[in-house]
Ligand binder design. Structure first.
Ligand code: PLP
Length: 422
């Protein structure tokens, strides 16, 4: 699409945007005078849908009125509450219903998945990750290696960018697999990298991993609700994601988990268990021998926090109404417009390190600023732009199609220009 750099054009894009009404369904944070902030941190904490409060209140009221009977009574009985999220969540990540469950938080799920899908042997014991993986994931895989009495120095392989480059290269991944694929037990990649916004080719990585007999999993924290993950078709063994970033379900809310259907019914697969992955029919008979649930539900441990799940249900309803394909269309347009506006600054101190190919990214742009420090970001914040700073020199902005406007981008870039030339 051909863009123009004036305000009128931004307003025109908003006026002709079929999803523009969705913004009115969110609480937009404001400054002290009540003026809406320009919010580009939906990749960190998504905004609150206005309906969320009533969804949570409904469950609080149910608890007040019914006490323990809320588990089986009322409109959405708690015993089955996670099931009311499954279909919409599966749709968002491109999976079958029995491949998806919402449970726990993200890093916890990563460990649960590794309990099953990282089973080191004498000859196959390594884990491969991308070098600039999100810290929690790195700590998690290192601790799994130590848990199996392995030394991360030897057993953790990094897929790194070439010297002087920022994005890792698929040829190098193929070379690593050629050299060490037979020793790698698990390939664990962030589906969309948190720092660069690079959306990896899940299918290609999975194919490559499987070719060498490795398990392949993805952390899709920055992918779910942002890009078309098509998890089922990717053939990945597992994936995990959180719901508080693009999925707008509130701070610390629960995580989603995908297990490919080829693993749906494998009692022999090692896993950690609790009463919640035991057969639903006999769960409350107690004193039963363990009877594994089918599908992704078969990795649950505990009865889940209903109040957080109510917030997820509220948000998923909005996604269902808008539809991922329409959201992704708008997301691409917003992000291309953002890129265009930044390029129009003609300031060679700034460089977008996110891939230029729109199929290799979601809505996030990571802007590297030469010789800058955090003060640029702090000035932006003071001017009413909520973005985030990642050391050493990157500002991340994520224009989210559910609630960001083209005009937000226009305004941000004007402020950015003033601050850069300050
Ligand atoms: C946000 C994020 C996390 C955070 O983990 P929590 O367990 O939810 O605290 C972990 N990994 C990635 C890739 C993330 O983007």
């Amino acid at each position: 699409m051909k863009f123009q750099s004036g305000l009128e054009f931004a307003k025109h894009l908003d006026a002709t945007d079929e999803l523009s009404e969705f913004r009115t369904q969110f609480h937009i944070p404001t400054d002290q005078s009540g003026k809406p902030l320009i919010y580009f941190c939906g990749n960190s904490l998504g905004l609150q849908p206005k309906v969320t409060k009533s969804f949570v209140e409904t469950e609080l009221d149910k608890w007040a009125q019914l006490g323990v009977e809320g588990h089986t009574q009322g409109h959405f009985p708690w015993l089955h509450y996670h099931e009311f999220l499954t279909e919409a969540m599966a749709e968002i990540v491109g999976a079958k219903n029995h491949e998806v469950v919402v449970m726990n938080s993200l890093t916890v799920n990563l460990h649960l998945m590794m309990a099953s899908f990282f089973q080191p042997t004498k000859s196959r014991f390594k884990i491969l990750i991308e070098s600039d993986v999100f810290p929690s994931d790195k700590y998690a895989v290192e601790s799994q290696l130590r848990h199996h009495h392995l030394d991360p120095q030897e057993s953790l392989i990094l897929w790194s960018p070439r010297a002087g480059e920022i994005l890792p290269n698929y040829d190098d991944l193929e070379q690593i697999m050629k050299d060490q694929g037979n020793e790698i037990a698990l390939v664990m990649i962030g589906g969309v990298n948190y720092y660069t916004g690079q959306y990896f080719d899940l299918k290609r990585i999975t194919r490559l991993g499987h070719q060498y007999g490795c398990m392949v999993g993805f952390d899709c924290a920055h992918g779910a609700g942002n890009v078309a993950l098509n998890l089922h078709d990717s053939e990945a063994d597992f994936a995990i994601w959180c719901t508080y970033k693009y999925l707008n379900s509130g701070p610390g809310s629960l995580s989603g988990c995908f297990v490919h259907e080829r693993h749906a019914d494998k009692p022999e697969l090692n896993r950690l268990s609790g009463w919640w992955n035991h057969n639903k029919e006999t769960r409350f008979n107690m004193r039963q021998p363990f009877d594994q649930l089918f599908g992704a539900e078969g990795w649950q441990l505990s009865n889940p926090p209903i109040l957080s799940m109510a917030a997820i249900r509220a948000s998923l309803n909005l996604f269902k109404t808008a539809g991922m394909p329409a959201l992704i269309d708008k997301s691409k347009k917003l992000t291309e417009y953002f890129e265009f506006m930044l390029a129009a600054l003609r300031d060679d101190r700034i460089e977008v390190i996110t891939p230029k190919n729109i199929n290799e990214r979601g809505c996030q742009l990571s802007i590297r600023i030469k010789n800058a420090d955090r003060s640029i970001h702090d000035k932006l914040t003071k001017a009413g732009v909520i973005s985030d700073w990642r050391e050493p020199d990157v500002i991340r902005v994520a224009p989210v199609p559910l609630y960001n406007r083209f005009e937000d981008i226009f305004q941000m870039v004007q402020l950015f220009k003033i601050i850069l030339n300050d």
